[in-house]
Design a protein around this ligand. Structure first.
Ligand code: MG
Length: 159
């Protein structure tokens, strides 16, 4: 059996915070505001995996009211979701994703982000697609005030 899942996330960009995308630290004058490390791509990917399993969303499993997750590495959230999939006999077939960020350009980081995602998803890097776009100066992303990420994932149940 195959199952598909989709996730999306947005975080405001503010001074004095690190910018972490797909588990990779990005050189930037602003960072993403949030309870955890505010990694929009890993949050979207986590929601995609949870969604494929119909097991709720990231907020169900890691409430932002819980002090345990303050400044937490979002890699922990995705690893947890992949673990839930594995417990049910599912593994990742592939993932596709889009990051919308006005600046800086993410192209120099794409390979590192794919490698990190592949590691967390327990698949070969060839199964992980990460695309980066700007907001074309439209809305909060285009104004440089936010980062948005979307991810879609396909799972397959082994025997
Ligand atoms: Mg988030």
């Amino acid at each position: 059996m195959h199952r598909i899942g989709f996730g999306t996330d947005v975080h405001r960009l503010v001074a004095g915070r690190p910018l972490v995308v797909g588990g990779v630290r990005i050189e930037s004058g602003v960072g993403a505001y949030g309870h955890s490390d505010a990694d929009a791509l890993l949050h979207a990917a986590t929601d995609a995996v949870l969604g494929a399993l119909a097991l709720g969303d990231i907020g169900t499993h890691f409430p932002s009211t819980d002090e345990r997750w303050r400044n937490a590495e979002s890699a922990e959230f995705l690893s947890y979701a992949v673990g839930l999939a594995a417990e049910r006999g599912y593994e990742i077939v592939n993932v596709d994703s889009v990051i919308d960020l006005e600046r800086p350009k993410l192209q120099p980081y794409i390979h590192s982000i794919r490698a990190r995602l592949a590691n967390l998803l327990r698949v070969d890097i060839g199964r992980v697609s990460v695309k980066a776009k700007t907001g074309e100066m439209v809305d909060a992303v285009g104004g440089g005030d936010a980062i948005r990420a979307q991810a879609i994932v396909l799972l397959v149940q082994k025997a």
